[in-house]
Design a protein around this ligand. Structure first.
Ligand SMILES: NC(=O)c1ccc[n+]([C@@H]2O[C@H](COP(=O)([O-])OP(=O)(O)OC[C@H]3O[C@@H](n4cnc5c(N)ncnc54)[C@H](O)[C@@H]3O)[C@@H](O)[C@H]2O)c1
Length: 259
């Protein structure tokens, strides 16, 4: 039997974390580095990576920042090239760039719809195409973790375009899992419930927050650290060796709540 201690060991692996400048994927990047991976934090603003790079450095982990806007295909091509030059390979890709919107359905403009679909869905599509081709050519077991959302599974009021974009991510993930299993590429969706990143966002709309908590059997929001276990399981080719096309839900029971 595989040593249990090494199930989550990512030593020698390279993980590219798109959206690693943000709250949830920032934490996921730190967790991947703690498990031994070299982590490439990807985002638009280098200043937002400083804290995460320092946190990784503090425990002797290895990480670096690459600036990219994933709305731009060329910038994802350049990201892959930069990673191959500096780190030599990629084993794990996290697609976590995301933007929300509080605009009600009838008020969403073409521009906003384009932006929401572009960042939340098309960026994932692009990165899967570009990194997927590398993975296919590379012939090593690897893992793609796409950030989905509870809103992409169940209808959640007030965020229709975001929800539809995330539903597309869930569907794409299953398609790629089916197509790429023969190449040893595992593709899964990590599905967070509600993880407000700041006190302000937690208290932004008190009525809505209470509604969410009433609908969450565990009666609380998630914290970024609570994605660590699922992240490492999906990233690790040992712990997650037979997991592909799955939606791993981390939601305090939100999706199990009916009446
Ligand atoms: N926070 C939650 O409750 C929650 C719930 C379900 C799913 N998610 C998803 O998890 C992921 C992370 O969410 P978060 O709460 O940490 O958000 P966040 O805003 O803290 O992080 C998102 C990151 O994506 C980056 N980003 C946005 N557009 C980009 C672009 N065009 N190119 C490159 N980077 C870009 C942002 O700069 C930011 O660093 C997102 O995909 C989000 O949709 C979050």
């Amino acid at each position: 039997m595989e040593q249990v201690e090494s199930l989550f060991d990512l030593s020698g692996q390279v993980a590219v974390v798109i959206g690693g400048t943000g709250n949830l994927c920032g934490n996921m990047g730190i967790a991947l580095a703690r498990a031994g991976a070299e982590v490439v934090i990807v985002g638009r603003n280098p200043e937002n990576a400083i804290e995460n790079l320092a946190a990784i450095d503090d425990f002797g982990g290895k990480s670096w920042f690459h600036k990219a806007d994933v709305s731009n295909r060329q910038e994802i091509d350049d990201l892959l090239s930069a990673v191959l030059i500096r780190s030599g390979k990629v084993d794990v890709l996290v697609n976590g760039a995301g933007v929300g919107s509080g605009t009600s359905f009838l008020e969403i403009t073409e521009d906003e719809l384009t932006r929401l679909m572009d960042v939340n869905f098309k960026s994932v599509f692009r990165a899967c195409q570009i990194f997927g081709q590398f993975f296919i050519d590379h012939h090593e077991p690897c893992s793609i973790i796409n950030m989905g959302s509870m809103a992409g599974v169940l209808p959640v009021s007030g965020i229709s375009a975001y929800s539809a974009a995330k539903a597309a991510v869930h569907n794409l993930t299953k398609n790629l899992a089916r197509e790429w299993a023969e190449h040893d590429i595992r593709v899964n969706t990590l599905v967070p419930g509600f993880f407000p990143s700041t006190e302000a966002s937690r208290q932004g709309d008190e009525t809505r927050a209470l509604e969410i908590l009433r609908h969450t059997p565990m009666s609380r929001f998630g914290t970024a650290n609570e994605l660590t276990g699922a992240t490492l399981m999906l990233a690790s080719n040992k712990a997650g060796s037979f997991i592909t096309g799955s939606e791993i839900t981390v939601d305090g029971g939100f999706s199990s709540m009916t009446i």
